[in-house]
Ligand binder design. Structure first.
Ligand code: IFG
Length: 526
């Protein structure tokens, strides 16, 4: 064959490989080595068996098969895979028909995986994801997406092979309640910024988002019977930053968006302290009948609702009624922290009057662990935010049967600096580098609080010092996946030495997602 002709033939061969999405160097038969295996997933699954020979190559012909209950998740999965691959990836109903497929099936998974678990199998002929509910399918999809090369997270087409690492996974969570908190009161974050954070936490199987909606510096939710809460109380923010608030329509849209990621919104109305914005908005909420001036500093503990006035409880009733009507989730968070300007007797009086109001609107109380001392209903969930290993009131509540949500400030507060020079964040609870945030266990952290007393974990992100989404990302990543693992993975499979290697392999995905993460020196980032 002439030199020129052979070059042409070779050229055509290379061209055909590239159009097939294969790297020109790999031969058609050889599967490019997958970048990761099922044992790299974060949070670590219960049981992951890699089989690199069983990898699956996504192709333009691949379809996504599902049954009726799996349709929403199937469309969500297609939405994840289409941008980077450029493949059509049609969602088809029913599991008949040949051809390469990713199959999502509900109702046929092992009883062992419960309602949130799943079974995933990747083989050369296709991918099968089984779960007993669509929530389980959604959580299985978060694992599946991590088996693709990190460029799958790109929003633009990448010309490359899409090899899904082979093997099988059987998985289900240790704790049912895995949460993140975003403080939208100190600084306001738009609905789109909240949705971005929802997508970022959903990829690590977080299933609750606690929104800290009200505080001294701002009130962020429209209450139609008390309009000035938002129109006046929503105008301010820390440091004179622009305020803002969610209309009830915008809040309902956030609830819907979160639900489409199988995340429940838990709204917090912080009371009886942290109420300056409300008391600046309505003079009658103050004991002396005079509206207090707005506050944009970051001091805490100076405000208190007027416990002795009847109108205070009409205010609470109206707020909880309206909020409950637009919150399908089980919980309303009534705050309760740092009520340093409310006497212990008044704090108890307030609690005794407010607990029945929450119950009247069909909701269950959660709140900072300060509420434990008020003997709340046994269904209430005190959220531990202390920095010590003992708290008598929390242990007593646990003994009474209250489940505890664990978010110790010296382990889980995402607004704590990584180190003394971290430009953002605070340090009152201590510095929290990645290892510090990971190396603790919610079932042994507090005396008198064991596995059966713990409902789950939460990573609160307070926003005194945060203004942009980049700020949120810098403080949440890389620590947030660690709390997700603490909430999801079996306790005895969790070691820092193994986790830090898996965490490192997550970073190329964050680069593709544009997440501005802190490059801790404790991890050898990929
Ligand atoms: N404590 C306050 C928050 C916030 C936080 C910042 C709780 C429950 C310090 N209360 O944490 O309002 O200011 O780290």
């Amino acid at each position: 064959m002439s030199k020129r002709l052979s070059r042409t033939v070779l050229g055509v061969a290379v061209l055909s490989l590239v159009t097939l999405g294969l790297p020109a160097t790999a031969s058609a038969g050889q599967h490019a080595k997958a970048e990761r295996t099922v044992t790299d997933v974060v949070p670590a699954p219960v049981d992951a068996k890699p089989d690199p020979r069983a990898s699956f190559r996504l192709s333009p012909a691949t379809v996504i098969r599902t049954d009726r209950e799996g349709k929403q998740v199937a469309e969500y999965l297609a939405g994840l895979l289409r941008p980077a691959t450029g493949y059509r990836l049609p969602v088809v109903s029913g599991h008949r028909g040949g051809g390469p497929a990713i199959s999502l099936e509900t109702g046929h998974a092992s009883g062992r995986v419960g309602s949130e678990g799943y079974q995933l199998k990747v083989s050369p002929s296709g991918v099968t994801l089984k779960a007993n509910t669509d929530e389980g399918l959604f959580l299985g999809v978060q694992t599946l997406r991590q088996l693709f090369p990190s460029e799958i997270e790109s929003k633009t087409v990448k010309k490359r092979s899409w090899v899904v690492s082979g093997g099988s996974v059987l998985d289900y969570p240790r704790f049912g309640y895995r949460s993140a908190m975003l403080d939208v009161a100190r600084h306001f974050f738009t609905p789109d910024q909240v949705k971005l954070y929802i997508d970022q936490i959903a990829q690590y199987k977080i299933n609750n988002l606690h929104l800290h909606l009200t505080d001294d510096q701002g009130w962020r939710i429209e209450i139609k019977s008390w309009p000035k809460l938002a129109t006046v109380g929503g105008q301010t923010a820390v440091g004179g930053a622009p305020g803002g608030y969610y209309t009830q329509e915008q809040y309902k849209d956030l609830v819907r968006y979160a639900a489409s990621r199988h995340i429940t919104i838990v709204p917090e109305i912080d009371m009886p302290g942290h109420t300056n914005a409300a008391q600046h908005s309505y003079a009658e909420l103050n004991c002396d009948g005079k509206a207090v001036p707005p506050r944009t500093d970051i001091e805490v503990g100076y405000s208190s609702l007027c416990i002795g006035k009847d109108i205070t409880y009409k205010f609470v009733d109206d707020v909880i009624r309206e909020l409950s009507a637009i919150t399908p989730g089980k919980y309303i968070n009534i705050g309760g922290d740092e009520a340093h300007s409310t006497s212990p007797e008044d704090y108890q009086t307030f609690a005794t009057k407010v607990h029945p109001i929450v119950a009247k609107y069909g909701k269950t109380i959660t709140g900072w662990h300060d509420i434990a001392k008020t003997n709340p209903p046994v269904s209430a969930v005190p959220q531990f935010w202390g920095t010590t290993g003992t708290d008598a009131n929390v242990a007593a509540a646990a003994a009474r049967g209250n489940k505890i949500l664990m978010s110790p400030a010296n382990k889980a507060y995402l607004d704590m600096k990584y180190h003394a020079q971290t430009p953002l964040g605070l340090s009152w609870a201590g510095l929290i580098e990645v290892k510090t945030g990971y190396d603790w266990d919610p079932a042994t952290h507090l005396q008198g609080v064991t596995e059966k007393n713990v409902i789950g974990v939460e990573a609160p992100l307070w926003s005194e010092t945060l203004i942009t989404s980049d700020h949120i990302e810098f403080m949440a990543f890389p620590r947030l996946p660690g709390y997700a693992e603490i909430g999801w993975s079996p306790k005895d499979s969790r070691t820092w030495d193994a986790y830090r290697l898996r965490l490192a392999k997550q970073s190329p995905r964050w680069v593709q997602q544009g997440i501005d993460f802190y490059r801790s020196t404790q991890v050898d980032w990929k």
